[in-house]
Design a protein around this ligand. Structure first.
Ligand SMILES: [Zn+2]
Length: 238
């Protein structure tokens, strides 16, 4: 296996948290939609900003694309929830996903989220498009390191995974949420997905941007924060 290659660090804008909203929008009357790949991404990448705007009175709504079924589990007492680990009760991450939903509920309360939902749940559901995978939701794609050193979906990635869906299909569900919530700001990943996890995929974020263009001007803020959820342990090759 080659040495993992992480994306180069993005530009950090020191004032980003304070300049997130359009200049004519007071925090107390702002709606912010945060679009993330897995439970815990919202906290690791944008938790400080969510809490900041919650305290300022903004409506913070979170769309999570998957339940993080294929994440890496670090705490020893929970290790058995990781697919492939001794004692794991399943091979598709169902138990881990359920556990992470519970963690997400705790995070939502701690951060001050006004609402949260997964792709496939109203309002992040475009009934006219549906889900070709037949599940009505997306699964975590898992992650492995390709020969080129870049992150890629797990070798046994599910056909129901987010990265197995067409760009148009997944984006339609994000767009449905945007149409319903009418956020003043959408916050999602930069094009490299932070550290390159395949679920923090650029097609979703680029289509998020496109979805916000019509009708009225809105802001799309892309997070460049690196994080490590779902990533296999990095080989200490250097
Ligand atoms: Zn993640």
């Amino acid at each position: 296996m080659s040495t993992p290659q992480y994306p180069e660090a993005g530009t950090v804008t020191e004032s980003a948290m304070d300049s997130l909203l359009p200049s004519d929008r007071a925090p107390g009357e702002a709606r912010i939609l945060w679009v993330h790949a897995h439970p815990d991404d919202e906290s690791i990448a944008t938790g400080g900003s969510i809490a900041h705007y919650a305290r300022a009175g903004a409506s913070n709504v979170l769309l999570t694309m998957t339940r993080g079924e294929r994440g890496e589990v670090i705490p020893a007492p929970l290790r058995h929830l990781e697919v492939g680990q001794p004692g794991c009760p399943d091979t598709d991450g169902t138990a881990l996903g359920l556990y992470r939903v519970g963690e997400l509920d705790d995070a939502a309360a701690a951060l001050g989220l006004s609402d949260r939902f997964f792709a496939g749940e109203t309002p992040a559901l475009d009934e006219s498009v549906g889900f070709a995978n037949g599940l009505g939701r997306y699964l975590d794609s898992g992650m492995s390191w390709g020969d080129n050193g870049r992150a890629q979906p797990a070798e046994d990635v599910s056909p129901a995974a987010l990265t197995s869906a067409t760009e148009d299909e997944a984006a339609a569900h994000v767009a449905a949420a945007i149409r319903e919530i009418r956020p003043h700001v959408v916050v999602t990943y930069c094009d490299d997905g932070g550290y390159g996890h395949p679920d923090t995929c650029a097609p979703i974020t680029s289509r998020c941007s496109a979805s916000t263009r019509p009708r009225r001007r809105r802001t799309v803020q892309k997070s460049g924060t690196s994080h490590s959820c779902g990533a296999p342990r990095r080989r200490r090759s250097r």
